[in-house]
Design a protein around this ligand. Structure first.
Ligand code: CP
Ligand code: NVA
Length: 332
């Protein structure tokens, strides 16, 4: 049966079948190709979308805005301090207000239950632009990037190093296990994903032919991997006090040349960004002054190497977000 996602929310990839995920990747590849060729996809002039950000963003906000402009839609951006949401107005009330004016709503913030509540009351598609638990639009960009660089998705061995119990680790485990990929979380056991989610993903992997592995051993965990993936060790909304513990526990899982040399010859390095790989950021400098580390989750050498595809990933955020909006608003 043809895939039809009109009217659907996009909250977590747990809610989508492998066929639906593949459909979104193919649609994104198609609109990317059209954009490169200057073929407009802009028949959405009667639509307006709201972007609600309770946390900061560069890529996600810009992707939604550029995609919306390309599509001919109107956009309203509500910054972390600029609306009544949560402080003077409940999520349910906000959802019902925005749902009367807009055709779709993006939300970035804290707990997954917030974006679910928004979706419950909005009456229009709601798109998760990152919560503590999941980052599903990032996953589509990552799959498109993997397909472009490795020529395939199924069977790819992806090793995630670092904090695997937060949005990026969770989301990668879900999407890899759904798509027949081999996911390894290579990190301290204190940062392994939630056992319930691991069980769910083991079920997906059984159906798709993929696998889920959790290991503390860097040598075996990164051996012959096709993709080495990492993310910041301290995520947005977490207190500064956790840095000491993260550096202590996660330093053995830094992505460096030794890790990349142990992976497959054709391996690529991926990171959702922003990344701490040098001293050119305020937080990077502060951490260096306090802990004496000038590269955190990834060394500058790997980040800047030919194996790094991080800026392709960043670009693909826009094309994949466009695909999500097209599919859920309809009229693809
Ligand atoms: N990867 C990502 O979501 O980046 P931003 O925080 O800049 O949106
Ligand atoms: N884990 C990171 C992802 C940023 C895109 C965070 O939540 O800050």
């Amino acid at each position: 049966m043809a895939v039809n996602l009109k009217g659907r929310n996009f909250l977590a990839l747990k809610d989508f079948t492998p066929e639906e995920i593949k459909y979104l990747i193919d649609l994104a590849a198609d609109v990317k190709d059209k954009k490169k060729k200057g073929i407009p996809v802009n028949h959405y002039q009667d639509k307006n979308i709201a972007l609600v950000f309770e946390k900061t963003s560069t890529r996600t906000r810009c992707s939604f805005e550029v995609a919306a402009h390309d599509m001919g839609m109107g956009v309203t951006y509500l910054d972390p301090l600029g609306s009544q949401i949560g402080k003077k107005e409940s999520i349910a009330d906000t959802a019902r207000v925005l749902g009367r004016m807009y055709d779709g709503i993006e939300y970035r913030g804290y707990g997954q239950e917030i974006v679910e509540e928004l979706a419950k009351y909005a009456g229009v598609p709601v798109w998760n632009g990152l919560t503590n638990e999941f980052h599903p639009t990032q996953m589509l960009a990552d799959l498109l990037t993997i397909q472009e660089h490795l020529g395939r998705i199924k069977g790819v061995k992806l090793t995630y190093m670092g904090d695997a119990r937060y949005n990026m680790g969770n989301s990668l485990m879900v999407v890899c296990s759904k798509m027949g990929m081999h996911f390894t979380a290579c990190t301290s056991k204190d940062y392994f994903p939630d056992a319930g989610l691991v069980e769910l993903c083991n079920g997906y992997a059984k159906e798709s032919g993929g696998s889920v592995t959790l290991t503390e051993d860097v040598q075996s965990g990164t051996k012959d991997a096709d993709v080495i993936y990492t993310d910041v060790w301290v995520s947005m909304g977490e207190p500064d006090e956790v840095w000491a513990e993260r550096i202590n526990k996660l330093s053995p899982y830094q992505v460096n040349k030794k890790v990349m040399d142990n992976a497959a010859d054709s391996a690529i390095f991926m990171h959702c960004l922003p990344a701490f790989h040098d001293l050119k950021t305020q937080i990077g400098k502060e951490v260096y002054e306090k802990f004496g580390k000038d590269g955190l989750e990834v060394t500058d050498e790997v980040f800047e190497s030919g194996k790094s595809v991080v800026f392709d990933e960043a670009e693909n955020r826009m094309h994949t977000i466009k695909a999500v909006m097209m599919a859920t608003l309809g009229e693809v």
